[in-house]
Design a protein around this ligand. Structure first.
Ligand code: 9WN
Length: 437
């Protein structure tokens, strides 16, 4: 255990860029939104001030509208595509004037991370001052999500680009992406396959469509109303909304700490939980499904996203039982046919299942961590412990990689990966607990 802890800390130190932590050397030189939130959770175990710094540097990229972008470009780098200039966010009056950013967001884990950092802090006065400093930014972010991205006003936020989901080439997006014909799109050159074998990354066909959707945003001047009206990709994503709901629970606790009025947050909590029950739950299949707002129908793809509502306390006990049954089914996610470790990101029964390619099968420590927290919350402690042990075994065997082949345990993608290290620290130091302290 001590070796893994030291190794995890050394990965975070090596990726420390001064005020922010890059996700990995080479492949990801900038600051990513949800990566930094998870990294702050890891840092909070051994360097409280650096954890606060991680969050402050992310907030430097917050837009005037409240949006927190998915990438903050604190420094130029030719190693990553798209670079800072590609987004043309300078044309958007809402954009941050302070630092270059992308034009889209990512799963809003930040309020959850702030709560963890706040509750773990030993110096209470400093922690309190930090909370007072960042709380308005968190509230502005959530307000932006519900104001600009909930076109039906039903408590479910829509994403306009697969990168906003954090699970970029998830099979959930395949149908929508395949139907897009990227007739005209800017010229670009991928850099990701320089560092990582191309069969572990999204395909060129995926990238053409990722770029096509960025170009739509550029041409709309990142005007959210236009994007929501025009984007062929407009999805109420189960994982994104579950993470947001959990972040609202955490924001609610932080509001109470500061004696802030919380009626607005309470309203979001009620509305979102009703929408999960009435719209996203598929009673026949016993799981949650994303909703394609353009097509007006649910997306019938089975992936790990269906389990993330456990992290947010959204299912009732019976729904949780049915979700756990999928998780324990060797034909879908449990070890058995075609895999040896928990938890592949895509069901093995899916036509898109691929144990090496990015979000189409490989195990990611971040999704395992979310599932472990969710299982603990519902009292499935034995299964949570099994998933934790599998996760530790993968890193002990193959290092702190971006993702892992569930059939062999081999590491895939980038090496020395920051959120892998951060969340392994948390899994080692916060055993069995559902609270942050
Ligand atoms: C695009 C940084 C990010 C993660 C995402 C992951 C991957 C980027 C990419 O890396 O996405 O945002 O270039 O592939 O899918 O979840 O935040 O680690």
């Amino acid at each position: 255990m001590q070796d893994l802890l030291n190794y995890a800390r050394s990965v975070l130190r090596a990726n420390d860029q001064g005020s922010y932590t890059r996700p990995a050397p080479g492949q990801y030189p900038h600051q990513w939104n949800w990566d930094s939130a998870f990294i702050a959770i890891g840092l909070s175990h051994f360097d409280e001030e650096r954890a606060r710094q991680e969050i402050r540097s992310l907030l430097r990229g917050q837009w005037r509208s409240g949006m927190i972008p998915h990438i903050i470009y604190h420094q130029p780098s030719s190693e990553y595509f798209p670079d800072a200039t590609f987004w043309q966010t300078e044309n958007c009056p809402d954009a941050s004037g302070d630092v270059c950013t992308s034009g889209i967001t990512q799963p809003p884990v930040l309020a959850t991370a702030v709560r963890a950092v706040y509750e773990r802090s030993t110096g209470r006065a400093v922690a309190r001052a930090f909370l007072e400093e960042v709380f308005p930014a968190l509230l502005a972010y959530h307000r932006w999500l519900y104001r600009e991205r909930d076109p039906l006003g039903e408590g479910l936020v829509a994403i306009v680009h697969p990168w906003e989901s954090g699970l970029d080439d998830s099979p959930r997006w395949a149908g929508i992406m395949d139907a897009i014909t990227p007739a005209s799109r800017p010229a670009y050159r991928r850099t990701d396959a320089v560092h990582v074998p191309s069969d572990e990354r999204p395909t060129d066909t995926d990238y053409d469509r990722f770029v096509y959707l960025i170009d739509l945003g550029r041409r709309a001047g990142w005007d959210q109303r236009k994007l929501v009206t025009e984007s062929p990709f407009l999805v109420q994503d189960v994982l994104f909304n579950a993470v947001l709901h959990r972040a609202n629970e955490d924001l609610r606790v932080l509001a109470a700490e500061l004696n802030e009025l919380a009626d607005e947050i309470d309203g979001w909590l009620v509305q979102t939980s009703q929408a999960f029950a009435n719209k996203l739950w598929d009673n026949e299949g016993g799981r949650y499904l994303d909703f394609d707002l353009r097509a007006g129908s649910a997306i019938p793809e089975h992936t790990i996203a269906a389990f993330i509502p456990l992290f947010a306390g959204l299912p009732d006990a019976e729904q949780a039982r049915r979700l756990v049954a999928h998780l324990q089914d060797p034909a879908e996610y449990a070890p058995g046919t075609g895999s040896r470790y928990y938890v592949p990101t895509t069901s093995k029964a899916s036509a898109h299942w691929n144990p090496r390619r990015y979000w189409r099968g490989p195990i990611w420590v971040v999704t395992n961590w979310l599932i472990i927290q969710g299982l603990r919350r519902y009292g499935y402690h034995d299964l949570a412990e099994t998933v934790r042990q599998h996760t530790l075994k993968l890193v002990a065997q193959s290092g702190f990689r971006e993702y892992y082949n569930p059939a062999t345990g081999d590491g895939c993608g980038a090496a020395d990966f920051s959120w892998t290290a951060a969340l392994i620290l948390d899994l080692l130091l916060n055993m069995g607990s559902t609270s942050w302290t």
